[in-house]
Write a protein that binds this ligand. Structure first.
Ligand code: NDP
Length: 451
């Protein structure tokens, strides 16, 4: 019999940093996960001996490549492209592409790692991956975006396919970019297959996909509040970001009777104490997806609201918070400010928007706090449904898809409760989502033997 000493968090993390130096975001994501899962693994030696955690924290493979393209002035431009294929134990690699100047291997490994457990929680057969480039789309013309997307896909197309790896969008990659990349993939391969999700409805996209992450984040909050015989109705809500996730999270909150008073971008935030109504949100969606302007323009158009340059919304009094912009946007001080100002619950739309010390602040305050791998899984879930529709060459209607999305978010919530409920009844959603996500992937890896 092979004996293995129990895992010790500190020793495990030291080994991780040694194996993958200089990757702070990846270390952070693994630390949050390992804190929950190591005690569970030590209680279940079937995961310990085959070194499941060590295997799960090493991506299957990583592609890094040059992307050369031409700008409108005829200059040659060079960026670095990536695809991290993290884990395909329970299905083909699946996860978004991010175009942002900050993209590096650490960020993509943290996102790919999180994706593993998020995809597992959806109950759909999807493995995990993440990719993108250090390309900054801001200020680029549509033709420049098109040339970049085509150049990026020319290389990426070698590594993806409908049964191997199916990318989608993320920061800086929306319907426009997916369309350019899908067109290029189709041209290179000479085939029409659902190898990307988030496509337009006209060529294989799914209804509800663009709304799914934001809607799912609001539904998850509603589930957490339901458990406390409460609801979003009548609550004052802070939303950060004004991109895809933030827009539709704000829309669903409003439909559920909540009042959204803030939205933001990387330059600052707007505070509209009367609430960002459906009409005002329509302006923001047009501003961000068509005009590609800044959130400050909202304060020029609508009166009785203020714009706060270079600041984040977390000092505004609220009942509920929905961080939907980017990683590490809520630190310990922001978390304490939220609690001091009356925040009752947090549902993450973004990936890892809360630092490790801020997670502890929320958990110690024993408020319902949903980590992104649970609460923002609605997007990839509907991507999974887009893959199914592409395979059977049918398109489901809006009502059916929204019901399925709601059902999936409910099931994710239930899994978190099953694995995260503590003796006093408090639900630790961090623990619940990590353990529930882990078990399915780990059992599949065990079944395959030594791989
Ligand atoms: P978008 O590109 O549509 O929007 C991103 C928003 O966040 C913009 O308002 C952007 O402002 C803001 N932002 C980006 N970087 C920063 C920063 N460093 N500081 C402050 N604000 C910033 O992206 P998405 O809405 O798709 O993604 C938002 C988050 O949700 C990400 O964490 C992503 O990983 C996560 N997510 C997305 C899913 C999806 O389906 N799209 C699925 C699951 C998670 P600006 O315009 O100034 O850059």
């Amino acid at each position: 019999m092979n004996h293995q000493a129990p895992l010790i968090l500190e020793t495990f993390l030291e080994g991780l940093v040694k194996r993958s130096p200089g990757e702070p975001e990846f270390h952070q994501a693994v630390e949050e996960f390992a804190k929950c899962v190591i005690p569970y693994i030590n209680e279940h030696p079937k995961y310990l001996v085959p070194r499941i955690l060590e295997r799960m924290t090493e991506p299957d493979r990583t592609f890094i490549f040059r992307v050369c393209w031409e700008d409108d002035e005829g200059n040659y431009r060079v960026n670095r492209g990536y695809r991290v294929q993290f884990n395909n134990a329970i299905g083909p690699y699946k996860g978004g592409l991010r175009f942002h100047h900050s993209v590096n291997l650490s960020i993509l490994k943290f996102l790919g790692f999180e994706q593993t457990f998020k995809n597992s929680l959806t109950t759909l057969p999807m493995g995990s991956g993440k990719g993108g480039a250090d390309f900054n789309p801001k200020g680029k013309s549509t033709k420049e975006i098109m040339r970049f997307c085509q150049a990026y896909m020319t290389e990426l197309s070698k590594y993806i396919g409908e049964n191997t790896d199916i990318p989608a969008g993320d920061i800086g990659v929306g319907a426009r970019e997916i369309s350019f990349m899908f067109g290029q993939y189709k041209r290179i391969k000479g085939e029409f297959t659902g190898t990307l999700t988030g496509k337009s409805i006209e060529f294989g996209g799914s209804l509800i996909r663009k709304e799914a992450t934001g809607y799912g984040c609001a539904y998850f909050m509603e589930e957490m509040l339901k458990l406390k015989s409460d609801s979003i109705e009548g609550k004052t809500c802070l939303v950060s970001g004004s991109g895809n996730v933030a827009q539709f999270c704000a829309e669903k909150i409003t439909q559920l009777g909540g009042k959204v008073v803030t939205m933001s971008d990387s330059s600052g935030f707007i505070h509209d104490p009367n609430g960002i109504t459906a009409e005002k949100l329509e302006y923001i969606i047009d501003l961000k997806t068509v005009q590609r302007g800044r959130i400050s323009e909202y304060a020029e158009k609508f009166h009785d609201c203020t714009y706060h340059e270079g600041e984040q919304p977390w000092n505004v009094p609220c009942d509920l918070a929905f961080p939907c912009a980017t990683q590490n946007e809520i630190d310990g001080d922001s978390a304490r400010a939220l609690l001091a100002n009356g925040c009752l619950a947090v549902s993450e739309g973004a990936n890892m928007p809360v630092t490790l010390d801020a997670v502890d602040v929320f958990l110690n305050a024993r408020i319902p706090y949903a980590p992104g791998k649970a609460s923002n899984a609605g997007g990839v879930a509907v991507s999974g449904l887009e893959m199914t529709q592409n395979s059977i060459r049918l398109a489901w209607d809006r009502e059916e898809l929204e019901e399925r999305l709601k059902g999936i978010m409910r099931k994710i919530h239930n899994q978190c409760v099953t694995h995260g409920r503590e003796a006093d009844g408090f639900v630790n959603y961090v623990k619940g989502s990590n353990i529930a996500g882990f078990v399915k992937v780990a059992d599949a890896m065990l079944a395959y033997g030594v791989l």
